[in-house]
Design a protein around this ligand. Sequence first.
Ligand SMILES: Cc1ncc(COP(=O)(O)O)c(C=O)c1O
Length: 270
Amino acid sequence: MNDILLMLPGPTTVHPRVLNAMSKAVVNHRGAKYGEILTETTELMSKVFQTPNNSYLLTGSGTAAMEAGIANTVAPGEKMLNVVGGKFGERFMKIAQTHGIDTKELAVEWGTAVTPEAIAEALDEDEDIKAVSVIHNETSTGVAAPIEEIGKVMKNYDALYIVDTVSSLGGDEVNVEKFGIDVCLTGSQKCLAAPPGMAAITLSDEAWAAVEKVETNTFYLDLKAARKSGDKMPPETPYTPSVSLTYAMNEALKMVMEEGLDARVARHHK
Ligand SMILES: Cc1ncc(COP(=O)(O)O)c(C=O)c1O
């Protein structure tokens, strides 16, 4: 079974070390042992995101983190600019619309990348835009957006910079702090090479300030609840997490750090 080589953006082939980690005994998710593994895993997650801020694990696929990232930081009726150059850009905009957000599409020809200038132009045209969503690697076309350069432009505006790195984190350069990303999210099953079913998200101080003001209309994905449980001693998640997938993420992230982010990115580029 382990000799299956998946040549997809994701799920990708899961290393036996990660599969073995998943076969460890399931522990009480409100006990000290799980607290330890959760702390270690979220700290590793923040290292891979390259942020000093906390990361949160969500039991759900990447789309859950996309929804959490938007629904907690942008209020219904507020304006959001969505870069759409493929299926996942479309999905980000649809999620925003589902939450009653006033979306503005920045359409990019499929197969091409958005330019920082186009984003600046759209923000100059409408100063009420509260957030901008960008897909880093638009998996449906294979085009990567220049998220570092966009980050430089975003520093000139108050709008939050929300980036989907579901199919890039661990495979392409993502430096949340350096690039000035306010909300960065990812999934377990792509370049991180863990099984599908877990997602992760990290927020800047500015994004948390927005969270305080937004009346969240999602219960399961409420990030205030995630933060409250994460701050407990021992740390927890608000609802029952996939304990086995937490083990898997822990091992997969250790493997990412053992390889080294630069070496791993170079390997993916090759
Ligand atoms: C860029 C991107 N964003 C979001 C998703 C959605 O992730 P999931 O299928 O894990 O919900 C994917 C999945 O292919 C993706 O490639």
